[in-house]
Write a protein that binds this ligand. Sequence first.
Ligand code: DX5
Ligand code: ZN
Length: 216
Amino acid sequence: MSLKKKLIAPSILSADFGRLADEIAEVDQGGCDWIHVDVMDGHFVPNLTIGPPVIRWIRKATRLPLDVHLMIEEPIRYIGDFREAGSDWMTIHVEACQDVSGTLKEIKSRGAKAGISIRPKTDVAALEPYLSSVDLILVMTVEPGFGGQVFMPEMLDKVRSLRSKFSGYISIDGGINVETARQAAQAGADVFVAGSAIFKERNRKAYLNKLRDAIS
Ligand code: DX5
Ligand code: ZN
């Protein structure tokens, strides 16, 4: 059982990028805890999003921690750039790095918190060697690459098994809404990343309140 405060991290992937600062201000004022930023390179996942120059502007739009999810091959090449742009947390994929330990060390040496993630087909055993070197584990509950997909409930077994041996943050990402967040909270997750469920709502604050009730 984790006694940490449960955190809500809206994923801006489903926000209106033409009004990004306003979109972030709305969820910030609506009471969310972190801002989740999905970085995609068109190699590790079949989609392209944003990089350090945009993160630099997001950094100016909020004081909330920036939770940067790096869905890119060999992220070690860009850790310095993402850190300088204002990333507080950086989560890499175990499948995307030749030297996972070296990449985690690089994140920490830059003064950021380090996270590691697995895609749905990757077994939790792949994380075993790194449990003591990460601050956060992100369990993907959809195939990474796109917002608006359907939650895979069978991934909650990964959360349960990790909860028994990992005391850091367990984050859950993909298809999170009021219903699936409740299930993930029961399984032991601490951080709830939600994109489309929040940004498709007209009243983001009201939805954030509903999410908060569901996970507490
Ligand atoms: C998917 C991303 C997610 C995505 C979640 O690859 O990692 O953060 O934005 O979007 P929803 O909440 O719509 O599934
Ligand atoms: Zn994400």
